[in-house]
Design a protein around this ligand. Sequence first.
Ligand SMILES: NC(=O)CC(=O)C(=O)O
Length: 325
Amino acid sequence: MTNRFGNPPPFRAFTLALVQLGRIGANKQENLHHAREMILKAAKGEGSSKKPDVIVLPECFNSPYGHVHFPVYAEKIGYTPGSPYDISKSTSESVKMLSAAAKEVKTWLIGGSIPERDAEDDTKIYNTCTVYNPEGDLIAMHRKVHLFDIDIPGKIKFKESETLTGGKTTNFFDTDFARIGLGICYDIRFPELAMIAARRGCHVLIYPGAFNMTTGPLHWELLQRGSRAVDNQVFFSMCSPARDLSAGYHAWGHSMIVDPMGKVLKEAQEGEEIIYSDIGEFQPMMILKRLGLTFFADPKVFNEARAGIPVTTQRRFDVYVDVSQ
Ligand SMILES: NC(=O)CC(=O)C(=O)O
C-alpha cells in the first residue's frame, strides 16, 4: 500500500536504549555534561550485551521541570517551520552537545526535550524534542502539542501553559530500520496523535516523558501498554528522568518499552538507569548473517499482532467519520 507520507522503510529489528537520567539540577552545564556521559555509556551498551541503534533521553533533561524554569533555560534551536533543519548557526548549547554526541557514538539519538525559544518570536517557548542521525545532523523535531495543565486537588497542580506554547504538528522520522513517531509525555493522553503516526506508517512510537507520583502509578504503564501500543499495534516507549525527591517535581521513573501485543519488554525502576531492549527479534541465523555481509531480522510480533488481530484493516471510518465534532 502506498503511503502519501512516503513509504516507510522496511521494518527490521533494532536495539533501543532508554537513558533514565538522574542528577538533573539547576546547573545547565552540569546537566549537559552528565547527559553526554550517559549517552556515551549507553552507546557502549554498558550494563548490557547490546549496543543500541537508538538512544533516548527523557523530557526536560537540561533544566528542572516546571513552568518557572522554562523561560530561564530556553534556547534558540534556530529552526523556522517550513525551512530545512540547519543547526550550523544554532546558538543552542544543548543542541550542539546532542549533535556532537550522536556523531561521536555514531548512533541515532532522540534528545529528550528542552525548553525551546521560538527563532522569531521571543515570547514563545516550546517543550521540544530534537532527533539526530549517526552523522550528528538534526533530522526531526517535535514540539509538545498538548500542554500539561492539570489540577488534582491536594495532589498536583501543574500549568505548562503559564509559559509554554503548544506545538502544531505531528512528527515522525525514518531510519534505515523503522519509521519512528514522536510525542512528549502528556501527548500520550490524546490517542489521536499516536493513531495518526501509526496510520502514517510508524512502527515504533517514542515519547520522552515525566509522569509524577500521582499519575505515574495509575496511568504510566496503562497508557503505554493498554492504550497506545495495543490500540495501534506498534512498539511504544516512554523515557523518564530518574526520581529525585529533592527536586520541585518528583518524576515517576519506570521508563518502559512495550511491544505491539502490550507486553512490557523492559522497565526501569526509579533511580538512574539505562535499559535496553530489542525491538523485533533478531533470529539466530540472521545474527550469523549480521556478522557477515547482510543484516536482516524479523519484526515477528509486529506482523503477527496485525495478522492475528487485524484491527488496522477493520476500522470503520464510515461510522466514526469526524471525531472533532
Ligand atoms: N508531565 C506531563 O506532561 C504529563 C503527566 O505527568 C501526566 O499526564 O500525568
